[in-house]
Ligand binder design. Sequence first.
Ligand SMILES: *Cc1c(COP(=O)(O)O)cnc(C)c1O
Length: 393
Amino acid sequence: MTTLPSIPIAMPLLGEAEVDAAARVIRSGWVTQGPEVEAFEAEFAEYVGAAHACAVSNCTTALHLALLAVGVSPGDEVITVSHTFIATANAVRYCGAVPVFVDIEADGFNIDPELIAAAMTPRTRAIVCVHQLGMPCDLGTILPIARHHGIPVVEDAACATGSEILFDDRWQRIGRPHGDIACFSFHPRKVVTTGDGGMLTTSDPKLDASFRLLRQHAMSVSDTVRHAAGRVIFESYSCLGYNYRLTDMQAAIGRQQLRRLGEIIPRRRELASIYAEKLGELDDLVPPREPVWARSNWQSYCVRLPDGMPQLQFMQHLMDLGISTRRGVMNVHLEGAGTEVGRLGSTLARSEAAQVGCVMLPLFAQMKDDEVVRVVDALTVALERCRPVSETA
Ligand SMILES: *Cc1c(COP(=O)(O)O)cnc(C)c1O
């Protein structure tokens, strides 16, 4: 056991600016889907370089609206990964559609683009690619395949605020978007937070209009429009919609969080490079690979364990040393009633291996360099304690 304070896996960076922003909104009297939400949308769109941004209650609801907007209906199929947070697949299931799971790349945690075409059927209606743990997926390969088949691409960018991709020879932020729609999360486990919150970005004004309709019960007149009108307006409800609104307190906090990204992203990238350097000296753990065309925000820093290393024991040793970790990303097809959750579009051997063979390490903007050193020292101890007896003898 350790006497030093333990190091958490993640920690939101919130301060007095966020406290003041929320208080200002409460005093204003307009507390949901009002002027702060509009301002947050405009600032987020500008940050990622998108024509349109629409705020919603979280990224799960963002994904649901994105899939509805591109026409996903009951009985349709949506190609995605099983190796993701369950929200990705649940959004497909909310539409009455079937997630079709394909495997991840050999040397990363994102969809293997080579497996997409073979998983297509006449019922394929969309592809959801996930920028897992903040690492951009290979859009340069995925998008031509999708376009060739006329299938829309929704980017699950829940973890990817501030990540960049080299596209058309320029570094661009995830969310322009490069596919048809990108969906972001502002849960506290992500890089910036509004408590809960989500955002959809697109270049298509028609898609943006459908998000705005569906996020508030398909109500024909928004509250801001009605409030500003000089005459009485009656609204109508043209189809099934939802209450997926973001509050103005959350939006005001989000605006402050965006201002911190200029500090948060470079610091996270710096911490990741310290990890990579120190882990290089260990040569037992495989650090995550960043392709030359990607700049991750390092929402999570996930390392591969040596073959056969008992993950749970390894993580317990780290916890005893005051280091909080998480196992590799879950596999949706292994949860619940299994086959009912979706259909397998390929074998998922790499996805399953990554869940049991990887561990996520602490990384957050406030983390100190010497805390990274402490984590790496603890990793050295845990590796030693977990080594099979035959090797140590
Ligand atoms: C966190 C996460 C989500 C869900 O985001 P919420 O805002 O919590 O709904 C979806 N997909 C991925 C990959 C995530 O990591």
